[in-house]
Design a protein. Structure first.
Length: 305
């Protein structure tokens, strides 16, 4: 039920993609493989969301190998895990899948949709082999979220439950271990509590200490592309999709990445990447994940060639 309902949010914009395929000229060698990771309440293979993305990429880039990640034994588990399986375990599972896949060993590109965007960044930072070439975060919340105004799709029971739990105690041990969205919950008013107790986001964003290998591995990317949805009504604050966040101590005013200490102290190498032209900030009109086919073709496909 969750799967078919949650697929709906991508359906409208994706349906038109299927019928406008433009076959490119055959390149000399096939494009690098592509790994995609779906968002909250979605699954690897919903024909209306990731299934459609996969097909569309395959049509635009003939011969490409696309792996749409499935976390669990089937689509139902995959959807459940997007809410309830510890993200650190999910990242570990994905690292194993990638390490075992013979087609990926020469390197791959990656696209993460929504929370899949920050999860794939964790993969880049924690698992340098096989190597990720370009990372494309489509509506990913790189600095987390502080609020869950709406969930995508129709899984509203789960959504209400999650919202209540987050508001009640996102940083309690039990909630941290079991609720995915708590693991990238970022309370700007209690920044020290977030820093000490967030088991996922505070770790990959080097809030407690600097892991030099995270920095080195992230900087090994060719490009880190971040797509922000200008009319996003789901992500709070939207600037998190460009690695910005609320200014510390309050939850009204936001600051861009360049004004965060993560950047100025360059704990993650983002400043150096920015200076080297490796960070790409893209914006598109529309609500969360409402990708338009023409836009995707013009702005994302070039990174996959
Ligand atoms: C840094 O990250 C790597 C990769 O996840 C891990 O193996 C290592 O233990 C971490 N180092 C520290 C000091 O936490
Ligand atoms: C966070 O951890 C630091 C260092 O262990 C400690 O001094 C501080 O009191 C902690 N703050 C909170 C709110 O947990
Ligand atoms: C989306 O947001 C942009 C930038 O804020 C604005 O110019 C545009 O009118 C909005 N579009 C819709 C359909 O709301």
């Amino acid at each position: 039920m969750a799967a078919s309902g949650s697929g709906g949010f991508l359906a409208v914009s994706l349906l038109s993609w299927c019928c406008a395929a433009r076959v490119l000229g055959h390149p000399d060698s096939p494009p690098p493989p592509l790994v995609i990771w779906h968002g909250m309440g979605d699954s690897c293979c919903n024909p209306l969301s990731m299934g459609a993305v996969k097909k569309m990429v395959e049509k635009q880039l003939p011969g490409i190998y696309v792996l749409s990640l499935e976390i669990g034994k089937n689509m139902v588990e995959d959807v459940e895990n997007s809410f309830f399986l510890n993200v650190n375990s999910q990242v570990r599972i994905v690292c194993e899948i990638l390490a075992k896949d013979p087609k990926l060993q020469q390197g791959y590109n990656a696209i993460g949709f929504s929370q899949g965007g920050q999860f794939l960044r964790a993969v880049a930072q924690r698992c340098p082999l096989p190597s990720m070439m370009n990372l494309i975060s489509v509506g990913g919340q790189q600095q987390g979220v502080f609020g869950l105004p709406r969930c995508p799709g129709e899984s509203s029971h789960i959504c209400d439950f999650i919202r209540k739990t987050l508001n009640a105690g996102a940083y309690s041990k039990v909630v941290q271990k079991r609720l995915v969205q708590a693991e990238y919950w970022h309370d700007p008013i209690k920044e020290d509590v977030y820093r000490n107790h967030s088991i996922f986001l505070a770790d990959i964003n080097q809030e407690r200490s600097v892991n030099e290998s995270y920095k080195k591995n992230l900087m090994a990317l060719k490009k880190f592309v971040m797509v922000k949805f200008l009319n996003d009504s789901i992500v709070d604050p939207v600037v998190s999709e460009w690695f910005g966040f609320y200014r510390s101590g309050q939850a009204k005013e936001t600051v861009p990445l360049q004004e965060t200490t993560l950047y100025t102290e360059d704990r993650l190498g983002l400043k150096e990447m920015d200076k080297a032209g490796k960070l790409v900030f893209l914006a598109t009109e529309g609500d969360h994940l409402q990708l338009n086919e023409e836009w995707f073709y013009a702005h994302i496909i070039p990174f996959l060639k």
